[in-house]
Design a protein around this ligand. Structure first.
Ligand code: SME
Length: 193
């Protein structure tokens, strides 16, 4: 099967839990256990999630609710960026901010909050979120999930975040949060950081 077909969403999948379970299994199949490069794996994950969401009617909402950005901002150990920043990582969508300030007290925005607070942040309406960073003025709602290392010498270190934007308010809910968190765990375990 061509790798691109991984982003096809069967018509039998009609609910968000079913969708995220499908994405999980598709990503698991794409992640080759002999290849643990985080850039490669985050690139395929961003493309899979972005294109699958666009193919999923329950999310797409005839286009009015389409995802318009999906990607990562990261700070892996190999990253030479100052410890005070997340750097833009693999993504699908329009050009975005190259880095996110994560200095406590100076940081702002959804990605920095998710990173510093080590939690998924669901934003129903970005225009009401204090400090939101608008890389795309068309974004109306957002969900950001931290990538947290859970084993080995760096146990508990936050590696970065996964960020999804939507063209409509209330584009993401707790079912998306739960699904994205499982995807994040799969990605963290599949890469060398
Ligand atoms: N809206 C995000 C910034 C996304 S950058 O394009 C990765 C925020 O408020 O942090």
């Amino acid at each position: 099967m061509p790798h691109a077909d991984s982003a096809l969403v069967p018509e039998t999948i009609t609910t968000k839990p079913e969708f995220w379970a499908h994405i999980y299994s598709q990503l698991d199949a794409l992640l080759d256990s002999n290849q643990r490069n985080w850039v490669t794996n985050l690139s395929n994950a961003a493309s899979l999630i972005y294109n699958s969401l666009l193919a999923f009617p329950a999310h797409f909402g005839n286009g009015q609710k389409a995802v318009n950005w999906c990607g990562a901002a990261t700070k892996p150990t190999s990253n030479s960026s100052p410890s005070s920043r997340l750097l833009l990582g693999p993504f699908n969508g329009k050009p975005a901010c190259q880095y996110i300030n994560t200095v406590p007290g100076k940081a702002r925005g959804v990605c920095a909050d998710s990173f510093l607070q080590r939690r998924t942040v669901v934003v129903p309406d970005v225009e009401t979120y204090p400090g939101h960073i608008a890389c795309d003025g068309e974004t109306r709602s957002e969900v950001v999930c931290p990538l947290i290392l859970s084993s080995g010498e760096h146990d508990g270190r936050v590696l970065g975040v996964l960020d999804l934007d939507c063209l409509a308010v209330e584009g993401f809910d707790d079912e998306d949060k739960a699904g994205l968190e499982k995807i994040a765990q799969l990605l963290v375990k599949a890469c060398d950081w």
